[in-house]
Design a protein around this ligand. Structure first.
Ligand code: PPY
Length: 497
């Protein structure tokens, strides 16, 4: 690869010929400008300049390298000569920085909702919109919380609970909590260290992290940041090009990843209106969209902009292929019915995640905790239960150890927490994640004592009353903390002059 001079870059700094620098390499993106899902305007801002800072949080690390034809790879640049785009500090940036400086001290953060409230205040609007958004009317994201409140405890007494132990084993890996860190994409939108905040905190506290396919940090960066032997899982979006997926999966296995969580609830990405609306407001692409209404790509928000590689043709027929390319445990993430749970079991998977993707996919789908009851009942008809070779996980709306205990009582092996940890590092970095883990630990200790369970094995179905779970019309007490942090959807706004 040849070196590119600053002069050549200056000559290719317009719509007619647009070169940009990403990770010290120069790319000709002229023909890609109108294809860019995020609109051409944002790229043109970096014409002839270093776009790495803007590129990094939004794109999978090798997206440009892998997707732009090789003849558009112009050359390398001496990092010292790069013309950085001077980032303009806006009034909004200043306002957010002031809030960042005035954050509550970490020891005053008492629960996972607190992190959410701080993240909402300090995150750039686009990041908050992407992370917090859910699909359509956002019914399911709220139901995920509400459903836990329809399960009531039946505590046992006088059991000598001097010592209680909430550690467990998840897919053969030791975990200090019956919780794993679920995959959430684009961590650098929230914090410059992105997913590494999770990796480091997980190492320190014996928690398992699920690496997202669409992490901001590269897969290898994350694995390199882990301590030797630190258990890691991998969340997989299956690429239309199965060779890419095969390479990725086999590389993960070689690097010691223990389990593969294949996302099965996102053949197309849900419409997340908070995220989509942000696109209109923020970088001026709104005007373009209105000029060219047919070009749907341009109004799709952060998530849809980068989702086109996901293969909607993925089917049950692919499961044997996955089995043939890896010895990792195979878990299907996004199962919602007993019918599919049984199919997963019969297909030889090692488990399922009862998930609705944090309410971001099919709106008004039921919560994982509600589905758990039917799915456990169905699996019991197929053999002895619990089955050491088939695990059920639940995610969605988990904010308290009590939520986790309810899921375990109803048959889950462990529970995934995504946004809870995402908001923790978005607001306080690695320390935030550590604090979140400590809070949960504290909650486990108290709740297990009060429930009369000294170990995870002692958390049994009789400890919960789930009879109201199916009733979607029943009265649920108001969840004030959640309601305060929950941001209502907004309607289309009129143009202001
Ligand atoms: C999500 O946003 O829900 C994801 O699962 C991650 C993602 C991000 C961007 C494109 C596709 C999926």
């Amino acid at each position: 690869m040849s070196f590119v001079s600053e002069e050549s870059l200056a000559e290719h700094a317009s719509r007619d010929s647009c070169w940009i620098i990403v990770h010290s390499k120069v790319y000709d993106v002229t023909e890609f400008l109108d294809e860019h899902p995020g609109g051409s305007k944002i790229i043109l801002k970096y014409a002839g300049k270093d776009a790495t800072e803007a590129y990094e949080p939004i794109h999978p690390p090798n997206a440009i390298q892998d997707n732009l034809p090789i003849e558009k790879h112009i050359g390398a640049i001496d990092p010292n000569t790069i013309v950085k785009v001077v980032k303009e500090v806006t009034e909004e940036d200043k306002r957010r920085q002031a809030l960042m400086d005035a954050r509550p001290p970490l020891d005053e953060i008492l629960n996972l909702h607190d992190f959410e409230a701080v993240a909402r205040a300090v995150l750039p609007a686009k990041a908050w919109a992407y992370y917090s958004s859910a699909s359509d009317d956002e019914i399911t994201i709220r139901e995920n919380r509400a459903a836990f409140q329809r399960v009531w405890f039946r505590p046992r007494i006088l059991r000598d609970v001097t010592s209680v132990d909430w550690s467990t084993t998840i897919l053969g890996c030791k975990s200090s909590l019956p919780i794993y860190i679920s995959a959430t994409a684009l961590g650098k939108l929230g914090h410059p260290d992105g997913e590494l905040n999770l990796t480091r905190a997980a190492a320190k506290h014996g928690v398992i992290q699920m690496i997202p396919t669409l992490a901001s940090c590269s897969f290898d960066e994350i694995v390199d940041a882990a301590t030797p032997g630190q258990p890691l899982f991998l969340q997989l979006y299956v690429n239309r090009d199965r060779e890419i997926t095969k390479k990725y999966v086999q590389h993960a296995e070689k690097r010691g990843v223990k389990a593969l969580f294949i996302t099965v609830d996102a053949p197309q990405l849900g419409r997340r209106e908070k995220d989509m609306r942000m696109k209109f407001v923020d970088d001026g692409a709104g005007a373009k969209v209105q000029e060219n209404q047919k070009d749907v790509k341009k109004d799709q928000g952060v998530a849809r902009a980068i989702s086109s590689f996901i293969d909607p043709s993925l089917s049950w027929k692919d499961i044997p292929w996955f089995r043939s390319i890896t010895n990792m445990h195979i878990i299907l993430k996004g199962v919602a019915t007993p019918e599919d749970a049984i199919l997963a079991y019969e297909a030889g998977c090692q488990g399922i995640v009862l998930s609705n993707h944090g309410g971001r996919q099919l709106d008004t789908s039921r919560s994982g905790i509600e589905n758990l009851v039917d799915i456990v009942a169905a699996l019991k008809t197929r053999g002895p239960w619990p089955n050491p070779n088939f695990s059920i996980f639940v995610d969605g709306g988990v904010r308290r150890a009590s939520d986790v205990l309810k899921a375990i009582a109803l048959g889950a092996s462990a529970v995934g927490v995504g946004r809870g940890f995402l908001y923790a590092f978005s607001s306080y970095g690695q320390e935030g994640v550590e604090r979140a883990i400590e809070i949960l630990r504290d909650e486990f200790e108290m709740n297990m004592r009060l429930l009369g369970a000294r170990s995870i094995n002692e958390i049994v179905p009789e400890m919960v009353d789930a009879s109201a779970l199916r009733s979607h019309a029943g009265l649920t007490p108001t969840d004030n903390l959640y309601n305060t942090t929950y941001q209502p959807l907004s309607l289309a706004s009129f143009k202001t002059k």
